[in-house]
Design a protein around this ligand. Structure first.
Ligand SMILES: [Mg+2]
Length: 403
């Protein structure tokens, strides 16, 4: 089998809000086609224009070759060999950032092809399932123009998640820092009150995590507040500090009363080695499309297992990435949850319409996807509807959706 084409589709949610801290509003969908008619689908979580350019840009010299050009004619089953070719042959332009994100979408699509070609679900190809079901957690994003409304909305979301059958949820509670909700400012004490209200609402058995989205600048300020959450039984606190403050992360990992999680932005295992060995974090959160695909995510997970750390993958795009995360989680003993939000609990139209996930939640668990490949169905009508017709200089606000 040979790769014959790599299609890149930029899709944008018609309701995109540029002030919203949510990357579920756009996507790069990559379709890898073969001479046997089998195709694979992948996606990545980064600026879709950048990732598309990283794939389609022609190469020049031996250290900065073109990704798409390198793929045409290759056997799509050679996932590790292709990863090495792409990494080495783009070393001067790639190694981290958008090129790795682009490679992540491609690698995801190659695993989809491999599963379809062999008639097996991807988790079988990754070594076989260790569990019969996967536990999802719901990421809850509050809304509101005041701290009171924001807190009330988060409590309402927590109640909805519990009513829906979730046994775990992550509170996106950020009243400051660079990615706070619509510039809403609040105090650390108000955040603590909101988290306490959410715990009260869902009861003691429910697993709660908190994502503060890089809120604090210094580790001691972070510690001062998260120490007060000790009695609230928080499973982890995600990204309390700016991501390059590895000494700060190491301090928090040592001193905080709960696990510290990070990694949604990291590309390649090498950035995770830094996060684990210098930053000493307890929970790594590779996003499969960003980190470099399933091939690279498995390496990160193996490195985390060697160090006795947990893995909880980041996943905020469509069911393509959710499916990839489910297959990954199935084969890992140290991955207790995946991030999963059913489309009707999410206001992203892309999440709702682009991809059908053949994965249903029952009693707080997801059964393993058992269809060949990733086990997803791309809706080509929706792909066409949300695709941006590009012209030079298009941005989400300026591009024209094909509606
Ligand atoms: Mg996060």
């Amino acid at each position: 089998m040979k790769i014959t084409d790599v299609e890149c589709h930029i899709v944008v949610d018609p309701g995109l809000r540029e002030d919203a801290t949510s990357s579920a509003q756009d996507d790069l969908i990559v379709i890898v086609r073969t001479d046997e008619g089998i195709f694979g689908v992948g996606e990545t979580d980064t600026g879709p224009w950048l990732a598309k350019a990283a794939i389609e840009a022609p190469g020049s010299h031996s250290m900065a070759q073109g990704v798409k050009e390198l793929l045409i004619g290759r056997d799509p089953l050679d996932t590790s060999a292709i990863w090495e070719t792409l990494y080495t042959s783009t070393a001067m332009s790639g190694r981290r950032g958008p090129v790795i994100c682009a490679m992540g979408a491609i690698d995801m699509a190659l695993w989809d092809i491999k599963g379809k070609a062999l008639g097996l679900p991807v988790y079988k190809l990754l070594g076989g399932a260790l569990k019969e079901s996967i536990t999802p957690y719901a990421s809850l994003q509050p809304s509101g123009g005041t701290v009171q409304e924001y807190g009330d909305s988060l409590v309402a979301w927590a109640n909805r998640a519990a009513e829906y059958g979730f046994e775990a949820a992550k509170l996106e509670c950020t009243l400051g820092g660079p990615y706070n909700h619509e510039g809403l400012q609040g105090t650390d004490e108000e955040m603590t009150d909101i988290i306490r209200d959410c715990r009260r609402a869902v009861g003691p058995e429910f697993t709660l995590m908190v994502d503060v989205q890089y809120l604090w600048y210094d580790a001691k300020s972070a510690l001062r507040t998260i120490s007060k959450w000790e009695g609230l039984d928080i499973f982890f606190v995600e990204t309390p500090l700016r991501i390059d403050n590895l000494e700060g992360y190491a301090f928090l990992a040592r001193e905080a009363p709960m696990r510290i999680a990070a990694g949604e932005w990291q590309t390649t295992r090498f950035e995770f080695i830094d996060l684990m060995d210098k930053g000493q974090i307890d929970v790594v959160q590779p996003d499969i499309g960003r980190v470099g695909g399933l091939t690279e995510a498995m390496r990160v997970c193996n490195l985390a297992q060697d160090r006795g750390r947990l893995v909880v993958p980041h996943c905020w795009k469509t069911a393509i990435g959710i499916a990839a995360a489910a297959h990954l989680a199935a084969v890992l003993p140290h991955c207790p949850f995946i991030e999963f939000l059913p489309s009707h609990l999410c206001d992203s139209q892309l999440r709702a319409e682009l991809v059908e996930l053949l994965l249903e939640m029952e009693e707080g668990s997801l059964r393993l996807p058992d269809k060949p490949g990733l086990g997803i169905e791309l809706n080509f009508d929706a792909l066409d509807k949300f695709s941006i017709e590009e012209s030079a200089g298009d941005s989400p606000g300026q591009g024209v959706a094909n509606q």
